[in-house]
Design a protein around this ligand. Structure first.
Ligand code: PAF
Length: 283
């Protein structure tokens, strides 16, 4: 069954979606924004790019169990369907797809290792199986929607590179549109996980953001990376960051480690209490 609110269709099952899209795709191009919900400004900017181009704009909301390497993380992931639908209605999105786990994984919850490039670095070293889960679900979504364009934010840069590789390997006829990060007032890329911050953590996060932004500025101004990195790590620890997964510069294209700032990005991942924060900055 398809529910329609303000011209936005809410579809909860894959068969209905495929039937509906098949009828309208003949005269239109389809844009897909895959999400796990908790819609924020970052998602809205991706949706806006699709709407602006007059594509049939589709948003999927599915909290994909196979990409969480800890059950507790999956269980505590923010869920806010009502609020999401309100925001999506205003965004100009045409179709929201909210499938059940059974619909996305009808046989067994199984993950496939499809992409091997851009692996064993950054988040892959700290979240085993995460990218196989992401690739498995994005692959399924691409086969369901067959979108002309799929939109991803640069905040999850490694994910973006891995999805580009998936599309190349599988020869999928979809163009990846990578979109700049949307940053909060402190300069950090907006993330759904920040909905989990309590008041105290928000205050801590502001201080931490200042430290990171200060560090990025110094690197951009040509200061020595290793020295500044150590200083930054010390400051983060002094301000309550207990676990830092990585602080690295990597080449924008190849993702190999680099010291040069040309064509490079600084990648960071750390925990504020039990909430994981990742971000990257073009240098
Ligand atoms: O970036 C995300 O929100 C997720 O990894 C994605 C791409 C929607 C797959 O579940």
């Amino acid at each position: 069954m398809i529910r329609i609110i303000n011209n936005m269709k809410i579809v909860r099952n894959r068969k209905d979606l495929i039937n509906y899209l098949n009828n309208i795709r003949i005269n239109n191009q389809v844009g897909l924004v895959p999400t796990m919900g908790s819609i924020h400004q970052g998602h809205l900017s991706l949706i806006n790019q699709s709407v602006k181009n007059k594509y049939i704009t589709c948003v999927s909301i599915f909290i994909n169990p196979t990409q969480f390497n800890r059950t507790s993380d999956f269980k505590s992931y923010p869920r806010s369907e009502k609020k999401d639908l309100k925001l999506l209605k205003k965004s100009g999105c045409d179709i929201v797809f909210i499938p059940s786990t059974k619909d996305m994984y009808p046989k067994k919850i199984k993950i496939k290792k499809i992409v091997k490039k851009y692996r064993n670095i950054l988040c892959d070293n700290f979240r085993p199986g995460h990218f196989d889960g992401v690739v498995t679900i994005v692959n399924k979504l691409l086969y369901i929607f067959i979108p002309d364009f799929v939109f991803f934010g640069e905040k999850d840069y490694q994910q973006l590179k891995i999805i580009e590789e998936l599309i190349k390997i599988k020869k999928i006829n979809t163009k990846v549109v990578n979109c700049k990060s949307i940053r909060d007032n402190f300069g950090m890329s907006i993330s759904s996980r920040y909905n989990l911050f309590n008041k105290n953590q928000k205050i801590k996060f502001e201080k931490i953001s200042n430290i990171i932004l200060g560090f990025v500025k110094k690197i951009k101004n040509g200061k020595k990376f290793n020295i500044e990195r150590n200083l930054c790590i010390k400051k983060l620890k002094d301000n309550g960051v207990k676990k830092i997964d990585y602080v690295e510069i990597r080449n924008n294209k190849t993702m190999s480690k680099s010291k040069l700032t040309k064509n490079s990005r600084l990648f960071v991942a750390f925990y504020l209490d039990n909430i994981r924060v990742i971000d990257n900055y073009l240098l």
